[in-house]
Design a protein around this ligand. Structure first.
Ligand SMILES: [Zn+2]
Length: 65
């Protein structure tokens, strides 16, 4: 079980990966309320939602050493 790197909430990876559809450009879309992720510095980081992802992306070095 992964936890949100920002707030330590447990994340259901299947839910975070499950697609809800595709964008008009053909990219997979996921439900951001079920969990989301971001690729940073060669690794995927998982978040419980968009707010935590935004916090991470604003200052990733606060969370990754
Ligand atoms: Zn979180």
């Amino acid at each position: 079980m992964r936890t949100c790197i920002v707030c330590d909430t447990e994340i259901d990876l299947e839910a975070a990966r499950s697609t809800t559809g595709q964008t008009t450009h053909g990219a997979d879309e996921v439900d951001p309320d079920a969990g989301t992720r971001s690729f940073y510095n060669g690794e995927w980081y998982y978040f419980c939602g968009l707010q935590c992802r935004n916090n991470f992306l604003a200052a990733p070095t606060n969370y990754v050493s």
